[in-house]
Design a protein around this ligand. Structure first.
Ligand SMILES: *Cc1c(COP(=O)(O)O)cnc(C)c1O
Length: 391
């Protein structure tokens, strides 16, 4: 089933299953933290080296978690993966596992607030961080130095959906031997060609599209076997970043339908974004799948689709709040990638802690709404926004 000739949708259904002696059809949920050994010699041997189907403790690995890791690594095109308790445990782990005082990391400025927090922690321990406008390759070039250890960015920024050119940044980073770490949540594994474009490490919050129904927290670090098992795993397993086997089981099942869901959500997002372009009261529609997006060509080259997120500007906080409060299908929340469509007002919630000038510099205006498009019918979602704006 690992045959790369199979389509991702097929591999997402079958790859990585480990069947027990019962031959169960569905992926089993191994709700166990420990493993019993046949004898003391076996216990001793396992602490020296574990084989592919040998486990010690769920903080180190678990058969259900391993199924999820194998499947997502296969879909992402990496040799291996390590599943974590949340997306932030993955971001933290991917950076902390190798960084040491004096290291230099270049990062895009437009990051999820908690990602910025992790970089601040690294700075506290003597890692030098240079921030750039991720969309500007000249700034990356100017900031990357011969001693740069890694570059980090969200390939599609939250909430203004700016695209970072993975291939362009990777070329500059690899010229000095720096590791390319990409937070790829908004691209989703369905539209990710990050490894092909030069990413070394791809990080997901599986809380989002991979779960797909807003139930569990989870994350994953995908990379070479050497990076995942020799560099990341020691840090992750000793600091307690492991995913719960139950959550891994949810994520594993999420992967089965990911391709169908994300393609449907992305198609709906395009239909909705197109319709909102002529909607009175909408001053700006940001969607990478629209020709009007400043980086439309790059988005198509890099992802092949616009994704499941749309941002619209209604001109003022008052107009944005009034419309949100009248929406009947879109729920006011701050998750994304859910089957249920979600509306978020970034400037007063997810990005409220940024200074106003920083927020405006990132394009997060008072009238901006972030829409996470779910699995409802496009016509119903468009009608919901129209009735909400009509008042
Ligand atoms: C949600 C998110 C995270 C954090 O993931 P959690 O699962 O909430 O910890 C990190 N990066 C991006 C881009 C996200 O959207």
């Amino acid at each position: 089933m690992s045959d790369k000739a199979l389509h991702p949708r097929t591999r997402a259904v079958h790859h990585g299953i480990r069947r027990s002696q019962y031959g169960e059809m569905a992926e089993a949920l191994f709700m166990t933290q420990g493993f019993a050994y046949d004898n003391s010699e076996q216990a001793e041997a396992r602490f020296i080296k574990t084989g592919p189907d040998e486990f010690i403790y769920a903080r180190y690995g678990n058969p259900t978690s391993r199924m999820f890791e194998d499947r997502i690594a296969n879909l992402e095109g990496t040799e291996d993966a390590f599943a974590t308790a949340s997306g932030m445990a993955a971001v933290n782990g991917a950076l902390m596992c190798f960084a040491k005082p004096g290291d230099h990391i270049v990062s895009s400025r437009a990051l999820f607030g908690s990602c910025l927090y992790v970089l601040d922690v690294l700075a506290r321990f003597g890692v030098e961080i240079s921030y750039v406008d991720g969309t500007d390759l000249d700034q990356w070039q100017a900031a990357i130095r011969p001693d740069t250890k890694a570059v980090f960015f969200e390939s599609v920024s939250n909430p203004t959906l700016e695209i970072v050119d993975i291939a362009g940044v990777a070329k500059l980073a690899h010229a000095v031997g720096a590791l390319v770490i990409v937070d790829n949540v908004f691209a989703t594994p369905v539209y990710s060609r990050a490894v092909e474009q030069g990413a070394d490490v791809v990080v997901y919050s599986s809380t989002k599209h991979i779960d797909g129904a807003g139930r569990c927290l989870g994350g994953v670090i995908c990379g070479t076997r050497e990076f995942v098992r020799e560099v990341a795993e020691p840090y992750l397993k000793h600091t307690g970043a492991a995913i719960s086997p139950f959550n891994a089981w949810i994520m594993l099942n999420g992967l089965t339908t990911l391709d169908l869901r994300v393609r449907a959500q992305s198609d709906t997002a395009l239909t909705l974004a197109t319709a909102l372009q002529d909607q009175p009261g909408v001053s700006r529609v940001i969607y990478p799948g629209l020709a009007s997006h400043a980086q439309h060509d790059l988005a198509m080259r890099q992802m092949g689709a616009g994704g499941t997120m749309v941002a619209v500007d209604l001109g003022s906080k008052e107009a944005a709040f009034a419309a949100m409060d009248r929406m009947r299908i879109f729920l006011i929340s701050n998750n994304l990638g859910d089957a249920k469509s979600i509306v978020t007002h970034p400037s007063t919630t997810t990005h409220s802690r940024l200074a106003e000038e920083v927020r405006l510099g990132l394009g997060i205006t008072p009238g901006l709404l972030r829409l996470s498009i779910g699995l409802e019918h496009a016509d119903d979602l468009i009608a919901d926004i129209r009735q909400a704006m009509a008042g």
